[in-house]
Design a protein around this ligand. Structure first.
Ligand code: WTA
Length: 635
């Protein structure tokens, strides 16, 4: 019997030991007993981190949607698969059963085929959080097309970059989206983006806000009439274990966003197994993850993990602040949510509005609370624990990444004793290590550890789409024979991990990973700008906010700095999206540089964080004199 559902701390240790001592036997049992295969594997794992190359369940054949849909039909056909809660609190929620979801996915898959999409083709999905988003993701998976979901808050430029990088043939979008009291013209953004995307020959448009939009003849098609005419069954495409399932872009410290490629079998097995255990999901539970499917959290823990377990997964279209900051608790009460998974930034924003809006609601259905996306600070942890969990629901602080595909370090609820700000212990099968800068392994309670993983796990990304060398350089070159996460961490004396934050130039703002380089590139496009550097500084709701240091080509006294700030933020909004806007912009006559011309961000970071007294030795700089000027004018 495999250990699919872990129920005690002792059992966690037993299963963990088994998964480390004999990973192949362990994962083979999990895969065999809990999933549907069209053909069995001949090899559980082959790997070589020097190439790097990792293959799980080689030789196996399957379709992920057969596991997420078809196999539940006989036992859970009338159970709600997706519980859709619309933006408008007065509109009724939609319960989509497994049977209905199966039919809607099949119809959508047939529409994709009728528009020429074939196995291996890339399809870009740019949709708000409406059922069509989950359905189109699954429709792609059903026919073996590779979906690339782009978060519908990204700008036209960001969208076109991603569409072109993965060479998508089709874009799926909607006329517009609701965001609280506002609407957003999504189709207009797609039209702008596609000016630069010659490879896209079809756009499917879902109707959501009934706005008057342009439909380009021959390219754009309303989705609904096509679905109405489509056949309600669609045979699965049989996929090899290592066939691509999806690409999802994540920011790097430099250059283009990285299209992380996830493959079929390993991703399915790991996202399902973690879902079951990290949330202690039981058959009649209602589970809600507040993330957007545009991020990995939504892929693994709104769509694939829950559906592979036959769960009921809530999909929420709106925002936590509309119609007021009690909306989350209203939804928890209304749908009797049992597991609630959100981000520290949301918790902090809600905590700011006091407990009155919480107390109005009956939250007694809650059993497990989760957090993800950035380190959770002590204050937010306690607020969540006391006011939402009433000190009864364990908080699972789950550490993982787009690249890891699934949760890596986390408590198991009701088993692992929690500790505020600690993600605690590695999940089953995960072998973390802490390394120092020079590649030496660190012990417990040592500072400045870099978190690495020394053994493969089933859902790790296999490559960066179109750039395997970059995959190797970014993740497998810093430390020999290990996956480097880019995060700093420490481990206490009982083996609990605490993630301290990024050690590279990625800054997490409101849970969104932002690379400094693309933001600087956007700023430098401004004709008045000579050079810029972005750093993060602590923010009480967003976790981090962005501080930009900008030098101008001509620093004339009578420049309108406020206007320049607005123009710079507009450029960032156009090139990336509003999430990357700067909170502070300081104009300066120079940026501190090393003798080789590299900008010393460490110094700029200290100044932005009000720690200018801790700069250390700056005499080796090329231009130490600019430092005083920057300190004196800091915002
Ligand atoms: C950070 C999100 C501390 C971390 C699933 C990681 C966290 C990055 C936690 C990945 C956590 C995520 N505690 N930090 N529980 N979870 N992070 O790719 O820096 O959007 O590298 O994946 O978020 O963000 P991504």
């Amino acid at each position: 019997m495999s250990n699919y559902h872990i129920k005690s701390f002792e059992e966690y240790f037993q299963v963990y030991r088994k998964s480390i001592e004999n990973p192949e036997v362990f994962w083979e049992e999990i895969a065999e007993e809990h999933f549907t295969w069209r053909k069995k594997w001949h090899n559980v794992l082959s790997w070589d981190f020097t190439k790097p190359e990792v293959k799980w369940f080689e030789g196996a054949q399957l379709n992920v949607t057969e596991n997420c849909l078809d196999r539940h039909l006989s036992t859970r056909g009338d159970k709600t698969a997706i519980l859709f809660e619309p933006n408008d609190p007065n509109a009724s929620a939609e319960h989509i059963t497994y049977k209905q979801l199966h039919e809607r996915v099949c119809k959508f898959a047939n529409v994709l085929k009728s528009k020429g999409i074939q196995k291996g083709d890339r399809v870009c999905i740019y949709l708000p959080m409406i059922p069509e988003l989950a359905i189109s993701v699954l429709a792609c998976a059903r026919i073996g097309a590779v979906h690339s979901v782009v978060f519908a808050g990204f700008s036209a430029t960001a969208l076109s970059t991603r569409v072109n990088d993965c060479d998508a043939k089709m874009v799926i979008t909607s006329d517009g989206s609701y965001r609280g009291a506002k609407t957003i013209d999504l189709k207009g953004i797609v039209d702008d983006a596609l000016e630069d995307c010659p490879g896209v020959d079809a756009v499917l448009v879902a109707k959501r806000i009934n706005s008057d939009i342009n439909m380009k003849t021959g390219r754009d098609h309303w989705l609904q009439p096509l679905l109405d005419d489509a056949y309600g069954d669609c045979v699965i495409e049989i996929m090899d274990a290592e066939d691509p399932l999806f690409i999802l872009y994540t920011s790097g410290s430099t250059g283009m966003p990285k299209g992380m490629l996830h493959t079929s079998a390993g991703y399915m097995v790991y996202s399902a197994y973690t879902f079951k255990n990290v949330f202690d999901y039981r058959e009649n539970d209602v589970y809600w993850c507040t993330a957007d499917i545009g991020w990995i959290t939504g892929h693994s823990y709104i769509v694939y993990g829950p559906l592979a377990n036959g769960a009921t997964t809530v999909m929420f279209e709106g925002v936590p602040s509309y119609p007021d900051f009690g909306r989350f608790w209203d939804i928890v009460e209304k749908h009797k949510v049992n597991q609630f998974y959100t981000a520290p930034t949301a918790i902090r924003a809600l905590a700011k509005h006091g407990t009155e809006l919480v107390e109005k609601h009956d939250l007694s259905s809650l059993k497990v609370l989760g957090t993800v996306g950035e380190p959770i600070n002590e204050e937010a942890w306690h607020w969540y624990n006391e006011n939402i969990g009433k000190k009864k629901s364990p908080i699972v602080d789950t550490w993982w990444q787009t690249e890891t595909g699934g949760i890596m370090i986390t408590p198991i609820p009701f088993s692992t004793p929690t500790k505020p700000t600690y993600a605690t212990l590695p999940f089953i099968g995960i072998q973390p290590v802490l390394m120092d800068e020079n590649g030496k392994e660190l012990g417990d309670n040592q500072v400045d550890g870099r978190l690495c993983i020394k053994y493969p796990w089933p859902s790790m990304a296999r490559t960066i789409w179109g750039n395997h060398q970059r995959y190797k350089d970014t993740y497998f070159s810093a430390f020999e024979n290990m996956y480097f996460t880019g995060d700093g961490a420490l481990r206490d004396e009982v083996g609990y991990y605490r993630i301290t934050g990024r050690v590279d130039d990625v800054i997490i703002v409101s849970g969104h990973n932002l690379g400094t380089a693309p933001i600087e590139d956007a700023i430098n496009e401004h004709q008045a700008v000579a050079e810029s550097a972005i750093v993060g500084f602590p923010h009480d709701v967003k976790g981090n906010a962005l501080y930009g240091y900008v030098t101008l080509k001509d620093s004339g006294e009578n420049r309108d700095h406020d206007n320049l700030r607005k123009e710079i933020n507009q450029l960032i909004t156009d090139r990336i999206g509003p999430i990357a806007k700067l909170d502070k912009i300081q104009f300066t006559n120079g940026l501190p540089k090393t003798r080789s011309g590299k900008i010393m961000r460490r110094i700029l970071r200290k100044i932005a964080c009000n720690e200018a007294d801790q700069l250390g030795d700056i005499s080796t700089l090329l231009n130490p004199e600019v430092v005083d000027e920057i300190i004196n004018n800091a915002i």
